[in-house]
Design a protein around this ligand. Structure first.
Ligand code: AMP
Length: 209
């Protein structure tokens, strides 16, 4: 039985295609050069679904994909899913989920206004800190929110910190470390156990070598 594997467009697709190829899973055509979103594999009867990151956990939870490859940020933001297991850390796409604010400015007292795309991660983080916040949802370019006076703080992904610096912000607290993970649908774990185990084992070998 073939596996259906969902993975994000962009960075994760680019970094994961060579890993999957090393496990003998190759799409029948180049996903970067095609407008198709579902690809058959050249061998093994697998299928690759290329989608937006936020939809990868949804596909896996609902069982339309057996396996998903996406960032820990996406999995955490998706929240307490019962429908899949996180089986492997691919050790790529490493970055941090951080709070950030205007350089040299202390955080204001009282209710903190926090702009982010990651509202669930931010809410859970400030709840753990027992800090009262107003979460403001943005879909991107969080860095400009403090400049425009929309928020005091942002919660965003930081890699080199260049984006923050370019916008007059500084990284403050590290909420969690992020990297690319492999998730598996709970039912597929039983019904396609040997295929899932074989792929996870070979991905693990590729990552470790
Ligand atoms: P940097 O300027 O290197 O700190 O990169 C920060 C920006 O790049 C963030 O706004 C993120 O959207 C994006 N980014 C960096 N690394 C990753 C990653 N591993 N996964 C997803 N987005 C990332």
């Amino acid at each position: 039985m073939g596996l259906v594997i969902a993975l994000n467009k962009g960075r994760i697709l680019k970094e994961c295609l060579p890993l999957l190829a090393a496990c003998e899973i190759e799409p029948s055509e180049d996903p970067h050069a095609s407008r198709k979103l579902i690809f058959d594999s050249r061998s093994g009867g697998h299928q690759l679904i290329v989608t937006r990151s936020a939809d990868v956990p949804t596909y896996v939870e609902h069982g339309v994909a057996d396996i998903g490859i996406t960032g820990k940020d996406t999995i955490e933001e998706y929240g307490g899913a019962m429908g899949f297991y996180e089986l492997l850390d691919l050790g790529i796409g490493k970055c941090r989920m951080m709070t950030a604010g205007p350089q040299g400015q202390p955080e204001p007292k009282g209710v903190l206004r926090v702009a982010t795309k990651f509202v669930n991660i931010a809410r859970a983080y400030y709840q753990r800190q027992a800090r009262q916040v107003e979460i403001i949802k943005l879909s991107g370019a969080m860095e400009i929110a403090p400049l425009l006076g929309l928020a005091d703080t942002i919660v965003d992904i930081v890699d080199t910190g260049n984006t923050l610096r370019a916008n007059g912000l500084e990284a403050r607290e590290n909420i969690c470390n992020i990297s690319t993970r492999v998730i598996v649908n709970r039912a597929s774990m039983k019904t396609k156990f040997s295929e899932v185990q074989a792929l996870v084992a070979s991905l693990n070998d590729v990552v470790e070598s």
